[in-house]
Design a protein around this ligand. Structure first.
Ligand SMILES: [Zn+2]
Length: 275
């Protein structure tokens, strides 16, 4: 009996040690906006690489707009937000694309590659509404949530073994590609719905609210946007965005609690613009 138990435990102990070594060998990232610490599976360089590869893979299958009022609007909001992302975004190489599609969707890949679907524009309704969702998405990227999710997933093993992202995304087996795309928030297109955790959603809400305020968009408009998004998700098939960014009942309450600081930043931004 004793002997047998030893045999069962040995692999578990070894697996546990491997996990510990990986855990302490990983980078600890502290979010400069929220102070929240988390382990990440990828270096910023690896994130940039992976984000760029995924961006190309997604866009290759979409109807990408090359000009027009939608592109002008989305580009302007992206530029204003990118300018105020501060320390967290030093390594970002922001790029934005608008996809013609009825899908209610938007995401920002690691490294700062943003994709906005025209179907989300009616829900955004105003430029400040669009800044709400884009600020939220860009906050997922600057907060490195994709690299945190990869760290938590089995894919961390595969990726960390290589240390360098020497393997091109397109060379990996299809199921592994799908797992990665799901973890970094681009999976809806490929049928992988992996909702962000409540913790990541709350952090993206908080950081995104600060971004929009600093960029000169009234943060109070975020409340209306999230209410419209919740309405759009009720009944029938929830939009792609709602599947990967689940609404939680305390979202509006949390936003309201963060509002005084955001309004202060908004007013400072407005004062700074005056001659
Ligand atoms: Zn989100």
């Amino acid at each position: 009996m004793e002997r047998r138990r030893k045999f069962v435990l040995a692999p578990l102990i070894i697996a546990g040690l491997v996990v510990l070594v990986q855990y302490f060998g990983s980078e600890r990232f502290v979010n400069p906006e929220t102070g929240r610490a988390a382990r990440v599976a990828l270096s910023p360089e690896q994130e940039t690489q992976l984000g760029l590869q995924s961006y190309r893979q997604v866009l290759a299958q979409e109807d990408v707009l090359t000009g027009g009022p939608e592109v002008d609007l989305v580009t302007r909001v992206a530029q204003r937000l990118a300018a105020v992302t501060g320390d967290a975004a030093r390594q970002m190489d922001w790029q934005v694309s608008v996809v013609r599609s009825p899908q209610v969707n938007a995401f920002c890949l690691p490294g700062g590659k943003i994709v906005v679907y025209t179907g989300i524009l009616p829900v955004a309704r105003t430029e400040a509404g669009l800044a709400t969702v884009m600020g939220h998405e860009m906050a997922h990227a600057t907060s490195r949530h994709g690299a945190q999710r990869l760290f938590q997933s089995q894919m961390a093993n595969t990726l960390m073994q290589g240390a360098q992202m020497s393997v091109a995304l397109g060379d990996l087996p299809v199921d592994q590609q799908r797992t990665i795309l799901g973890a970094i928030g681009a999976g809806a297109k490929f049928g992988v719905i992996l909702p962000f955790s409540r913790e990541h959603e709350s952090e993206a809400d908080a950081v995104g609210l600060l971004y929009m305020a600093r960029a000169g968009y009234d943060p109070r408009e975020s409340v209306g946007f999230w209410q419209r998004m919740a309405e759009a998700s009720q009944g029938g098939q929830p939009p792609e965005f709602a599947s990967t960014h689940p609404a939680h009942d305390t979202r509006i309450e949390n936003l309201k609690a963060l509002m005084p600081r955001a309004i202060q930043e908004y007013e400072q931004a407005a004062a700074g613009k005056k001659p």
